[in-house]
Design a protein around this ligand. Structure first.
Ligand code: ADP
Ligand code: MG
Length: 366
């Protein structure tokens, strides 16, 4: 990337004698980008953020901010705003005083301070709340105060580490959109940490998927969902059927794979070996068509299956299907479209060409 705002170069971090928390990280963040670090607990996301903020030092490698190595720059001189899951507001100060704090520390004069605080509170839709104490606000409002405080000194980059983790689902979804809109309006660069793939898809310009201290894939949400680079990403981002099998034949991208549960299926090779190698076949549940037919009317390429369970979820139905000898496939379809196959009854399942991908079987299952 030309002229990134932030560049991690071969960054590695070990704490004490343990395995590296971050392995060998290369990552560029563009100006104005909302980059999310997504991964399971312990995958190195917070460590990465802390090294950029200056609260941890890399064991190896360099971090560049605007092209300059920041190894020697103290945290408060990096011009970075930070928001954590725990809001860490000062309970004895009013909301306005909390938000003014970073400006006071930087010696900004009273009148400018007041106008910037008012602007920051408006930004998070807390215009009338300046005189309240944090304890008089809801969790979501407190987190908005924390956001206003992190942004009031107009830092070029704001880091957010699981900022919505303490909120309930509805509020979390509302705040995700709010953060996204603030990001779009102000054009500030944000680096956002979450373990929640739906949150990452909602918010991000790009997502770096972490696992075991490494980035498995870094791409925009649609590319990550449609073209996962490996079995881990395929399983972690969105739902996927991951079916183990062995490659029977391979011609370029086209693979014929014998699933462990029996059937032979076709899949496009993304990252897998050749004939005789173990692999997993990934197929998204929403790509799978299910028809309640008898095995004798199976269409070409369709697999016979048994409906194990149909779960009605309002807008869609989840179907657990038994396939072959002990195999199980999840299918999702919109509710109210056609009739549902009966649980216990036979069905035919099929998916369009190009919907199945083959990966090496490297999945640490999560
Ligand atoms: P995440 O934010 O993705 O959950 P972390 O960056 O917090 O992951 O942790 C990555 C790894 O580093 C984990 O194995 C964790 O136990 C370890 N770790 C994190 N912080 C420390 C620390 N201060 N001392 C020792 N080990 C740590
Ligand atoms: Mg963390």
């Amino acid at each position: 990337m030309a002229d990134p705002l932030v560049r991690f170069e071969r960054v590695r971090k070990t704490y004490g004698t343990g395995a590296a928390a971050v392995q060998s990280l290369d990552l560029d963040i563009a100006r104005g980008e909302l980059m999310t670090l997504l991964g399971p607990s312990g995958s190195g996301k917070t460590t990465t953020l802390m090294m950029l903020a200056g609260f941890e030092l890399p064991s190896e490698g360099r971090i560049l901010l605007e092209g300059r190595d920041i190894a020697q720059t103290a945290p408060h001189r990096r011009g970075i705003g930070v928001v954590f899951q725990s809001y860490a507001l000062f309970p004895h100060m009013t909301v306005a005083e909390n938000v003014a704090f970073p400006l006071s520390v930087r010696g900004v004069g009273r009148s400018e301070r007041d106008s910037r605080v008012a602007k920051a509170l408006d930004m998070v839709r807390l215009g009338g709340f300046g005189d309240r104490r944090p304890a008089q606000l809801s969790g979501g409002q407190q987190q908005r105060v924390a956001l206003a405080r992190a942004m009031v000194f107009e830092p070029p980059i704001v880091l957010l580490d699981e900022p919505l983790g303490a909120l309930d689902k509805a509020l979390r979804e509302e705040m995700q959109l709010e953060i996204r809109h603030i990001h779009q309006r102000l054009g500030v660069t944000m680096m956002y940490v979450t373990h929640d793939q739906a949150e990452a898809l909602t918010l991000s310009d790009r997502i770096a998927v972490f696992e075991g201290g490494r980035i498995r894939q870094c791409a925009d949400p649609k590319a990550l969902y449609d073209r996962p680079a490996d079995a881990f990403v395929a399983g972690f981002v969105g739902e996927n059927n991951l079916l183990p099998g062995t490659i029977e034949a391979r011609d370029g991208e086209e693979c014929s794979i014998r699933l462990r549960c029996g059937p032979l299926v076709q899949a496009s090779a993304v990252d897998c070996g050749g004939r005789g190698e173990a692999c997993v076949v990934a197929i998204r549940p929403e790509r799978i068509a299910v028809a309640g037919v008898t095995a004798s009317d199976l269409g070409e390429g369709a697999l016979p299956a048994t409906v194990l369970e149909a779960i009605f979820l309002g807008d869609h139905v989840r179907l657990r299907l038994g396939v072959g000898d002990g195999g199980e496939i999840l299918a999702k379809r919109p509710a109210g479209v056609g009739s549902l196959p009966e649980p216990g009854g036979p069905a035919a399942i099929a998916w369009p060409e190009g919907a199945a991908f083959a990966f090496r079987d490297t999945t640490p299952r999560v």
